[in-house]
Unconditional design. Structure first.
Length: 318
């Protein structure tokens, strides 16, 4: 195994502990190369260096946004027939992707499991191509984008506690109305075409697509990706905010909402045609696209799993 360790020095873990990169490099035991990055602009050169080194495994040390940006840079620059395996360490504010691939523990423990020589499992996942040149794992428009915007609002740093408080405020606003309700629950007016089939409504509380099953905070609405390889999972909710809030516990248990106006499907291509530019979230990063947006299934990527990982399915074995 030849690893390329890519720490994003802007990720939360490295901002809070400047010595963490040195600790990870010592843990790597000289089995790879260290390629520090300071943002998305550094990734193409870092990945070219990883290819030159002959890396067969990219260790991503960052949160969901870093994983998304590495995925995009990798699929733009690396030959598809020789894509490396990926291994994700918990180093960000949001670590949903690494949790979806079964990883647990501190970054040091996670890296130690990789370099110790023990058996590693594998899981194959298909990213979502958004537009022509961007790939990621969790896409959300409507409520999901509004929630991320609200979560990042104000001077308080983002954290799991702030995420939970924002969720609690959203649930309360779903029933009481007011300014927060209007900000969070602005609806998306869009035609949704899924693999050639048009969904029957055009007024959406949220649209969510996942190449990973976990959405964060314990919510797992995209479990269907585990049973439908070579697809991502699309979920559309057209019900009221209050009805959707009443189904949150069910969603947290990995089940779909059971109220009316809920649609879902495994998909390979989704075309969204909206009445105005679509504001969306991709792996924790807010974007504003055009009024026409296409989501496609991307090429599969293989994630390595530590010995104690227990992903629900799609497991390829050691």
């Amino acid at each position: 195994m030849r690893i390329a360790l890519l720490p994003n020095v802007q990720s939360r873990a490295f901002r809070e502990d400047r010595k963490l990169i040195d600790e990870l490099w010592r843990t790597a035991q000289g089995k790879g190369t260290l390629l520090e990055t300071n943002g998305v602009g550094d990734l193409p050169e870092a990945l070219m260096d990883a290819r030159e080194f002959g890396a067969d495994t990219i260790v991503i040390a960052g949160g969901d946004g870093t994983v998304s940006q590495v995925t995009t840079a990798l699929l733009r620059t690396w030959p598809r027939e020789s894509l490396p395996k990926l291994y994700v360490l918990h180093c960000g504010t949001m670590n949903t992707v690494s949790k979806s691939t079964g990883n647990r523990g501190t970054p040091q423990d996670q890296l130690q499991a990789l370099v110790s020589g023990g058996p590693m499992g594998k899981t194959r996942r298909w990213p979502i191509q958004v537009g022509e040149s961007r790939w990621g794992w969790l896409f959300g428009a409507g409520l999901i984008a509004s929630y991320i915007e609200e979560y990042e609002r104000g001077p308080e740093p983002t954290s799991p506690k702030k995420a939970a408080r924002t969720l609690a405020s959203a649930v309360a606003a779903a029933f009481t109305g007011g300014e927060l309700h209007d900000r969070l629950f602005e609806r998306v007016s869009a035609e949704v075409l899924v693999d050639g089939h048009t969904w029957p409504i055009r007024d959406w509380l949220l649209l969510s697509a996942g190449g990973m099953h976990d959405l964060g905070l314990g919510f797992r609405p995209h479990m269907a990706v585990l049973d439908h390889p070579e697809h991502f999972h699309l979920l559309g909710v057209g019900s009221t905010a209050a009805r959707f809030a009443g189904d949150l516990l069910r969603i947290r248990m990995g089940r779909l909402p059971r109220r009316s106006l809920v649609f879902d499907a495994p998909a390979r291509e989704v075309r969204l045609t909206a009445t105005k530019p679509i504001r969306y979230n991709l792996d924790g990063e807010l974007e504003v696209g055009t009024s026409k947006l296409t989501l496609r299934v991307g090429p599969p990527l293989t994630f390595l799993l530590p010995p104690n990982a227990k992903p629900p399915s799609n497991k390829l074995g050691p």
